[in-house]
Design a protein around this ligand. Structure first.
Ligand SMILES: Cc1ncc(COP(=O)(O)O)c(C=O)c1O
Length: 396
């Protein structure tokens, strides 16, 4: 197929797409813009604009301090709303702070749960925050860091003396999906804990943390959940472990009797013990709106469209001689694809400047095309890959 035929095929796919009307639920400032970066920052839902006005005017403006009566529990309420998207239960998820902070918190807690072990494992190519957190927590506890060599995988390492592994479920570069069930089970058999980073998975693929017997997870809400820039992240702890978690970053929001204001630290029962300080209520309400949209559209439909969009992106790349490093098997892939090009940064800049296409790049040579089921059109994918091919072949 040539470029014209790919565009025609894309319009056919858009016209039969059951989720196409969801795009109307988002703020679209420029209908001609092809936005393929929802894997970094999801688009703004219309309900968020309305809800934030409401919260500002009614709850903050009129309610003033009285609104804290309802705000105090908001991280737990939003956590319960997010839980079904993770395959978790009420009381296992709290929405708070940032992914980086939450990872530090759960890493300390996990190491304390495995005091006799000697190392923490993390992939050498893992997202930077995750590697930094592992290095920092390992140093504080006198542990070593084990990272598999360039040709090895975490799947191959001996976990016999491992306290905890930090691992992304979906690789932020290639979009490859790790084996959640198999790896969690192998770690458990070896007595190690795993903290799964779900940042690129939540809101993109179907998750069943319970079925996989996942103990600990963290992730962000500003990518495929459309929670907004800097939206609070989440922590998940399996219910049978939560009372054992020793909260290492103590603050008054994690304290059982928060307003007693005296006495020793006594953590809240349940997942609330992970809360630290005053939550950002406006950001939480924005995250909540994005979570509600995903819940309403349903993860099976969202995940299916993500697979269809990325399948189509691969078909376009094949036709136009572009090399994607993302898995060909859609069940093994998240909701973006990564196209290799030696001048990825320049290509992405030209796409935005000259073609009204927003994508992103990751050093040294990857152009990422994010396919957000609720907002990305097949037409956006065809247009982006066409323009990308034009620029890419121009440069070579
Ligand atoms: C896989 C992964 N982990 C962690 C982070 C860091 O998240 P935060 O900046 O919210 O702490 C990101 C940010 O994009 C990410 O992609």
């Amino acid at each position: 197929m040539n470029s014209e035929q790919l565009l025609t095929r894309a319009f056919e796919l858009d016209s039969t797409d059951d989720l196409s009307h969801w795009r109307d639920r988002f703020v679209i400032d420029d209908p001609d813009l092809s936005y393929l970066d929802g894997n970094s920052l999801g688009m703004l839902p219309r309900t968020t604009v309305h809800r934030l006005h409401e919260v500002m005017n009614e709850e903050w403006g009129s309610g003033l301090i009285r609104s804290w009566r309802k705000w105090l529990e908001l991280p737990l309420i939003v956590g319960n709303e997010l839980a079904p998207l993770l395959g978790a239960d009420d009381g296992e998820v709290v929405v708070h702070d940032s992914t980086s902070v939450n990872l530090h918190q759960l890493l300390h807690a996990a190491v304390r749960l495995r005091p006799d072990r000697s190392f923490i494992a993390v992939d050498a190519h893992e997202f930077p925050t995750d590697r930094y957190a592992v290095e920092s927590v390992a140093a504080q506890h006198g542990l070593t860091v084990v990272s598999p060599g360039p040709n090895e995988r975490l799947d191959g390492i001996d976990l016999g003396d491992c306290a905890v592994v930090v691992r992304s479920l979906i690789d932020y570069r290639s979009a490859e999906v790790a084996d959640l069930f198999g790896f969690t089970s192998r770690a458990r058999d070896a007595g190690a804990l795993v903290i799964w980073d779900l940042s690129h998975a939540v809101g993109a693929i179907e998750l069943d943390l319970h079925a996989a017997q996942v103990d600990l997870a963290i992730g962000c809400t500003y990518k495929f959940l459309n929670g907004g820039p800097g939206a609070p992240a989440f922590s998940y702890v399996r219910s049978n472990l939560i009372e054992e978690v020793d909260q290492p970053i103590r603050g008054w929001f994690g304290q059982d009797d928060q307003f007693a204001m005296d006495g020793a630290w006594s953590p809240k029962p349940g997942i609330g013990r992970l809360m630290i300080g005053t939550p950002s209520i406006l950001a939480l309400e924005a995250a909540r709106c994005g979570i509600e949209l995903c819940a309403e559209a349903g993860m099976p439909s969202i995940a299916a469209k993500g697979r269809a969009l990325t399948d189509f992106a691969h078909a376009c790349c094949d036709e136009l001689n572009l090399e994607s490093i993302s898995p060909r098997d859609a069940s093994n892939r998240g909701a973006h694809i990564a196209v290799r090009h030696p001048h990825a940064k320049d290509v992405v800049e030209r796409l935005e400047r000259e073609c009204s296409v927003i994508a992103d790049y990751r050093d040294p040579d990857l152009v990422r095309l994010g396919c957000s089921a609720l907002t990305t059109r097949f037409g956006d994918v065809a247009r982006a890959v066409n323009q990308l091919a034009g620029i890419a072949h121009d440069r070579v």
